[in-house]
Design a protein around this ligand. Structure first.
Ligand code: OTU
Length: 657
């Protein structure tokens, strides 16, 4: 958009840029800056316009963007341009991701590079490497307390190791996702040290208060994130003799985004890692970016404006780089992190589908798909050019973030149902074989979340201990069923390292004083590579899971209808145990895929006669792409065995139209 004020301001800013920037040939930078500047200026003005230094800060921002553009390598620039012209590249069904800690997976970055063939063997072509920047040597919230946004923790490797990993991944056609922890720093960060010496410039980087007046007002409406280990949202700092806002752990200081200098520093950090080869940047805890008295300090409108501004700046310098929003919040709030009132994503292109994740676990516990169907139907359509990260487990706890109205519609009482789920997955419910632990129990609100590895939560650990073959078989089916769902739902499936070989809970964290208080460590394993070798021995647990997933991943990649163009149609089938939807590709109209999943322990049937194109008389023998088998039919009824799912193709079934 052409707008006089921002246009003349842009000219003024270009005149004020440092001479070394002015002398460069920055053609692509300037065309993108011109295209985005109206929005950048409007957002910046809205957030920071009332400050005296607002224009000089904007000059500084443009300088940072230009400086990082100049630094960007020719290879990355080429990738940027290729992705600009094929801008839907990441919606393809060909992407399959895995989240991992470099140290837990393979010791360090060098080890990870050596293990890339393992990821490829499984079919993984995107790796999210958990935080690896410098962090405290003691407790560091798994690296989510960053002490230096420009360097790698020496225990994990060096910048050279990263460069080598990036190169190797690129050759293999793999994408790298890195974390930038934008909401807070560790209390060992240089900015904290300077704030502690009394430097007002750096005290303004954080939320620091002389007394409890403001903190007490905040506390009235702010929930607690880690109520057991870090109650309250403020920490007394002895050195300064002041209170600091620390929403997560006491050693994680919240950054003050009402200060434009903080915003610019963090854009710089994002672009720094983009230039080190990250294809995707995971922005941690984005819901928390804006703090306002009288609110929960989550999902505030300004948090969204900050993300939009970050995206617009990143698009000028590194347009090939995508953002993942990590916002584990209510279903209707998560979807806003793609951007609101827009057609195509304008904040983050990718967001964690925490809603689907929690609903899948709910279906496992209840053996029915009532709430799953209800919850997915209640989700508004997402924007174009936006996609989900679909996952079953990750490094965090499982939060039961359903919408209360959906729980009621599905026929349950919200409080009692959440309680049942926690009891179920912690093995307290009669008949439950799950081996999870409650996480973040809040005595005041009664809330709790769940920790535990996929295999232990699903009952495999208990089944193996008892040597109960039927129970082992049941757990294996569930593992494949859940993966079958994240592989076909629409979005990038994100597997969690260790799950592909059935890694159980690891309780060794209890021996480490820096981890013992945080049971999320029970599902952050060290891969046992001897055990992983068992994937080559027929009949082992490792082989059955690994090969099962490998096959599903390979099949997913051949199904264009599984690309994410908002092309899912939920189908109401009147059988509470079934979760059924259609997928179709807008440009490949011939192939539709019917996804049918049975969450119950008994076989179920589905009347195909009423399902339009899926009427058996119109198709030849059915073909399930997932298994390669022909599902059984009784007259017009499709038979779905216990805990099984189908990906039925209209085309490859010999569709007669
Ligand atoms: C994120 O988590 C990370 O994934 C956690 O590992 C970190 O501890 C945390 O940020 C702080 O850096 O902020 O928007 O239930 O889901 O803390 C969601 C707890 C987050 C996590 C929550 C989450």
């Amino acid at each position: 958009m052409y707008e006089q004020v921002s246009h003349s301001l842009l000219n003024e800013i270009l005149d004020r840029l440092k001479p070394e920037i002015q002398r460069r040939n920055l053609r692509h930078f300037y065309t993108r800056l011109g295209a985005n500047f109206y929005v950048i200026h409007s957002l910046f003005h809205h957030l920071y316009g009332s400050r005296d230094d607002s224009t000089s800060q904007l000059v500084r921002l443009v300088e940072v963007m230009a400086g990082r553009y100049i630094e960007r390598s020719k290879t990355l620039e080429k990738i940027d341009r290729a992705r600009e012209s094929n801008h839907n590249w990441f919606l393809s069904q060909e992407w399959v991701g895995m989240a991992l800690y470099a140290d837990g997976f393979a010791g360090d970055l060098e080890g990870m590079e050596q293990r890339l063939p393992y990821l490829q063997e499984l079919g993984i072509n995107m790796a999210h490497v958990m935080p690896m920047m410098v962090c405290p040597t003691g407790a560091s919230d798994g690296g989510y307390a960053v002490s230096d946004f420009r360097n790698i923790d020496p225990r994990i490797g060096t910048l050279d190791d990263l460069a080598s990993l990036v190169e190797s991944m690129r050759k293999r056609g793999m994408l790298l996702a890195l974390d930038v922890v934008v909401n807070h720093t560790s209390d060992e960060h240089e900015w904290v040290q300077k704030a502690r010496t009394g430097d007002p410039k750096y005290q303004d980087y954080f939320y620091i208060f002389d007394d409890r007046e403001v903190p007490d007002m905040f506390e009235e409406t702010m929930p607690e994130i880690f109520p057991e280990t870090a109650p309250g949202n403020f920490t007394w700092d002895e050195t300064m003799g002041k209170w600091v806002m620390t929403v997560f752990n006491r050693y994680q200081w919240d950054l003050n985004y009402s200060n434009p200098a903080v915003f610019i520093e963090m854009v710089d950090a994002i672009l720094y890692w983009a230039n080190r080869g990250a294809d995707i940047i995971r922005l941690d805890a984005v819901a928390f970016l804006w703090k306002k008295i009288g609110t929960t300090c989550q999902n505030e409108r300004e948090a969204h404006l900050i993300l939009q501004l970050m995206k617009d700046c990143c698009q000028v310098t590194a347009p090939g780089v995508l953002f993942i929003a990590e916002a584990i919040v209510a279903p209707l709030e998560i979807i806003k992190y793609f951007g609101e009132d827009a057609i195509i994503a304008k904040e983050c292109e990718i967001a964690y589908n925490a809603t689907f994740m929690a609903l899948l676990w709910e279906a496992v516990a209840t053996k029915n798909a009532n709430l799953l169907n209800q919850g997915i139907r209640s989700l508004p359509d997402k924007l174009d050019r936006a996609t989900w990260l679909n996952y079953i487990r990750c490094h965090d706890d499982i939060g039961l973030g359903f919408d209360d109205a959906d729980i009621i519609k599905a026929g349950y009482n919200p409080y009692a149902h959440r309680r049942f789920l926690v009891d179920y997955f912690t093995g307290q419910f009669e008949g439950s074989e799950a081996r999870g632990q409650p996480f973040g129990r809040n005595a005041k609100t009664g809330d709790a979340r769940i920790s535990g590895s996929l295999t232990s939560l699903i009952g495999l650990e208990a089944a193996l201990e008892r040597g109960d073959e039927a129970a082992v078989d049941r757990a294996l089916k569930l593992i494949l069923l859940l993966h079958g769902m994240i592989l076909s739902f629409g979005g990038i499936p994100l597997l969690y390292y260790g799950d592909e070989i059935g890694t159980l809970n690891d309780c060794s964290f209890l021996q480490d004083e820096n981890k013992a208080g945080d049971n999320r460590w029970m599902h952050r394993p060290r891969i046992d590579w001897e055990k992983a070798e068992l994937r080559h021995r027929h009949g082992t647990i490792e082989q059955m899971i690994f090969d099962g997933l490998k096959k599903l991943i390979a099949v997913r990649k051949t199904i264009p209808a599984f690309a994410d163009y908002n092309n899912r149609e939920m189908i109401h089938v009147g059988n509470e145990h079934l979760f059924v939807f259609n997928r179709s590709h807008p440009e490949v109209p011939d192939e539709k895929v019917l996804v049918v999943a049975n969450f119950d322990d008994s076989p179920q049937h589905l009347e195909l006669g009423t399902l339009g194109i899926w009427q058996p008389m119109r198709i030849g023998p059915l073909q399930d792409l997932a298994s390669g088998e022909s599902p059984a039919l009784f007259k017009e009824q499709l038979v779905i065995p216990p805990l099984r799912f189908y990906w039925i193709s209209s085309q490859r079934a010999g569709f007669t139209g």
